[in-house]
Design a protein around this ligand. Structure first.
Ligand SMILES: Nc1ncnc2c1ncn2[C@@H]1O[C@H](COP(=O)(O)OP(=O)(O)OP(=O)(O)O)[C@@H](O)[C@H]1O
Length: 255
């Protein structure tokens, strides 16, 4: 397993936000965490990335407890794309190169530069390498953050709403890129998402949170309208168009 979370519990100021969180991510698996605003999706990613320390339970990455890993070992195994990032006065190139830092021993090697170049090309940022990231649009900055996580060559990629600031074409390109990296490199990925259709189109597994606990944890093909209705409190239908699932809200209340 790439990721194994066991009976996680996390509280802010004594109030439980997450409890009984148990799930696994296998090599080549993309898991989407869904659930309403404020349910704890970001908090869960931050626990996995050791930004927060769970109050109970364990998080294993390739069999090793992340809380016992040195920061550099975490950084070579886990890449994290935050929901919001603080843009610094760095160029795009330098910001992406920073993702190689955990791998660089003495000084930047030719391979580091090749990996950075490739990531910039994949994200269509090659024309903006010398732009300062505090002068980018929200979507451009989001792509820089994804490029920085990819050059880390992590075994586990954590993405907090990776397409939220992107236009339709960029959303699809980023989802295809994430899918390809997961498939080709056999890594695991966990993303939070509000767009159910995109999650169901690209993820292998869906994990839905409700009231701080796992409500549903199923292969994408097993997601039902009833699950979505209970978690979001919204009546929906799931249709398939050209083989892709499409969630359509119905104009009626759920009790
Ligand atoms: N630093 C903090 N201190 C106290 N409470 C917090 C803190 N950060 C988040 N919370 C609360 O914890 C809960 C979970 O927040 P979190 O950001 O994990 O939710 P989310 O599911 O990612 O939400 P969204 O979909 O709106 O991004 C929310 O009620 C939030 O207000």
């Amino acid at each position: 397993m790439i990721l194994d979370t066991q009976q996680l519990r996390f509280a802010y100021n004594g109030t439980d936000i997450l409890k009984n969180i148990d799930f696994q991510v296998a090599p080549g698996e993309l898991l989407a965490i869904l659930g309403p605003n404020g349910v704890g999706k970001t908090t869960l990613l931050k626990c996995i990335n050791t930004i927060h320390r769970p109050h109970d339970g364990a998080i294993l990455v390739e069999g090793t407890d992340v809380l016992r890993m040195r920061p550099n070992d975490i950084a070579t195994r886990v890449g994290y794309v935050a929901q919001r990032s603080e843009p610094a006065r760095l160029t795009v190139f330098d910001a992406v190169l920073m993702g190689r830092k955990p791998h660089i021993r003495w000084r930047t090697a030719a391979r580091d530069l090749q990996i950075v170049d490739a990531a910039l090309r994949h994200l269509h940022l090659e024309g903006k390498t010398l732009r300062r990231i505090d002068q980018l649009s929200g979507g451009e900055l989001q792509k820089v953050c994804i490029a920085r996580a990819l050059v880390q060559e992590p075994r586990l990629l954590l993405l907090d709403e990776p397409t939220s600031a992107l236009d339709l074409k960029n959303q699809i390109e980023i989802m295809r890129l994430i899918r390809r990296v997961v498939d080709e490199h056999g890594i695991g990925a966990v993303m939070t998402m509000h767009d159910l259709n995109k999650a169901m189109r690209y993820a292998d597994t869906i994990l839905m949170l409700k009231d701080g606990e796992i409500h549903s944890y199923v292969p994408t093909s097993r997601v039902t309208a009833a699950m979505i209705e209970t978690v979001y409190g919204l009546a929906v239908e799931i249709h398939h168009i050209n083989g892709y699932p499409l969630v359509i809200p119905r104009d009626e209340a759920v009790h």
